[in-house]
Write a protein that binds this ligand. Structure first.
Ligand code: ATP
Ligand code: MG
Length: 472
């Protein structure tokens, strides 16, 4: 394996090497940077480890660059950071970590390069590139990281049990890297994850969510969620999703495995959109199924109302994982709640007003909702598949035919509460709401066109029904 570096990276690394020599401290580029360079993945940050004072080295490096970049010092961690052109460079002194069983904060002391490599999570993340004169560019690879990169395998440098119990976040990282890179996890390493899965409880929800997001943003997130499930981690961090797994058979009638269905939907969505919140919606779209599952002698398995139940389950799940509780949550909730709506409109006898209503209610999220719905078709029967897809094509055509389609997406009814209050001389009251709703419904039902003059007349008429008269 060879690595290719940008000219400005080489300039920088040579400069760091010279500064390190001046200070008499050996320095190395390490970790994810080395891994990504060997894999030919883009990286914007370089981690430098020196056997000595990292902050001092950072200052020395900055002194030799003009204009001198600002050095951000994090003295509590003994690290320093600076920017060189578009590269973020972080400096730290080599350290040795030892964990006590009763604390997840390691004792940290200065150490050798070897100590520093020992404390890293995976063999592919534990390589270093020498910046010393004489050995510049040579790779220091004590745990066969190169070989494992070629074999595409994630493996801990030391005994897996110790690696994972010391810092259980590494279990999430192993699965995340396997998903991002398309690597497998070494069987012993995977057994270690299974064994220590319960230790994940000591890790903050924010850090878990960060790893989940990286899995979701991978090309094929199902890889990660399958691994999380097989390891037993998903059951701990997102039991609502894990509960989708399994098939129940009664009187010879079985329902599909909703977990594997969900993962197929998720992968399908990922082929069409990079929007992480749409991906969350795909992951969660059926979480209402396990709690609404019923067996009916006639109908077989049913999941009535699972879209409503699912939407209700989204906020607590977001809160638990410390995900944002703003419009992102509302968006995911809305897609979960609406995910069955388009399919019910693919039949020919559906009225224009039903189609218009969907456009109005989905609003600016209509395209995303359609992506989710089309991705929700996971039948293995090609005939059914093309029939369902045709149904959606038909619906899309109808949507574009509903003349106001584009205006409806961002539509606000022409008659506002303000107008109503002014016309009838009302203060904010129940009547205002009643009139406003009646006018909006009349437009959505196609009884009157979406135009000011007609809407105004309708408003006056609705007011009259309530015994109100326009003031002069
Ligand atoms: P990415 O930047 O894609 O998240 P990375 O491997 O570069 O991946 P960073 O968090 O940037 O991850 O960490 C840089 C390096 O620090 C890693 O490659 C690894 O050597 C080490 N490292 C990070 N987190 C841990 C951890 N929890 N346990 C042990 N080593 C770690
Ligand atoms: Mg990194």
């Amino acid at each position: 394996m060879i690595f290719t570096l940008e000219p400005n990276e080489i300039r920088l690394l040579e400069h760091v090497g010279r500064c390190a020599a001046e200070l008499g401290v050996p320095a190395y580029a390490v970790g994810g940077y080395v891994r990504d360079r060997l894999l030919g993945r883009p990286t914007k940050d370089i981690d430098i480890v020196c056997v000595g004072d990292g902050i001092q080295l950072a200052n020395q490096v900055a002194n030799g660059i003009s204009p001198r970049p600002k050095v951000a010092v994090y003295s509590r961690f003994g690290t320093a950071m600076l920017h060189y052109e578009n590269i973020e460079v972080e400096f730290v002194g080599a350290r040795r970590e030892s964990y006590q069983s009763d604390s997840r904060k390691p004792d940290v002391e200065l150490g050798t390069l070897e100590d520093d490599q020992n404390r890293r999570d995976f063999t592919i993340n534990a390589m270093a590139i020498s910046l010393q004169e004489g050995s510049f560019g040579q790779i220091v690879d004590p745990f066969d990281g190169m070989k494992h990169l070629e074999e595409r395998v994630i493996k801990t440098p030391l005994e897996p049990g110790k690696t994972f119990s010391d810092d259980p976040l590494r279990m999430m990282r192993a699965i995340r890297f396997a998903t991002q890179l398309g690597f497998s996890i070494d069987p012993e390493t995977f057994s270690g994850i299974k064994e220590y899965k319960n230790r994940i409880n000591i890790i903050s929800k924010e850090r878990i969510a960060t790893e989940l997001e990286k899995i979701l943003l991978s090309p094929k997130p199902s890889v990660g969620f399958n691994l999380l499930f097989d390891a037993g981690l998903l059951q701990i961090i997102m039991p609502e999703v894990a509960a989708l797994q399994g098939v129940e058979d009664r009187q010879g009638r079985a329902h599909k495995d909703n977990f594997y269905h969900t993962l197929e939907v998720l992968d399908n969505v990922c082929k069409k959109s990079n929007n992480v919140w749409l991906r969350w919606a795909a992951l969660l779209h059926d979480i209402g199924k396990p709690p609404t599952k019923k067996f009916d002698k006639e109908a077989g398995w049913t999941f009535h109302g699972h879209e409503w139940k699912g939407a209700i389950m989204v906020p607590p799940l977001f809160r638990n994982l410390r995900l944002p509780l703003d419009q992102k949550l509302e968006y995911v909730k809305k897609l979960v709640m609406m995910h069955l709506r388009p399919i019910s409109l693919t039949r020919e006898e559906v009225t224009d007003s039903a189609v218009r209503r969907l456009i109005f209610e989905a609003g600016e999220d209509l395209d995303d909702l359609m992506i989710l719905c089309e991705s929700d078709i996971t039948t293995k029967n090609p005939k059914k598949m093309s029939r369902y897809l045709e149904g959606y094509e038909y619906l899309k055509e109808r949507m574009s035919l509903v003349t106001e389609a584009d205006r409806l997406r961002l539509w606000q009814p022409p008659i506002t509460g303000e107008i109503i209050m002014k016309t009838f001389g009302l203060s904010p009251s129940k009547e205002v709401g009643v009139i406003k709703t009646a006018v909006r419904e009349a437009i959505l039902d196609g009884e009157i066109p979406n135009e000011m003059a007609e809407a105004f007349n309708r408003m006056v008429e609705e007011g009259r029904k309530l015994g109100l008269k326009p003031i002069a």
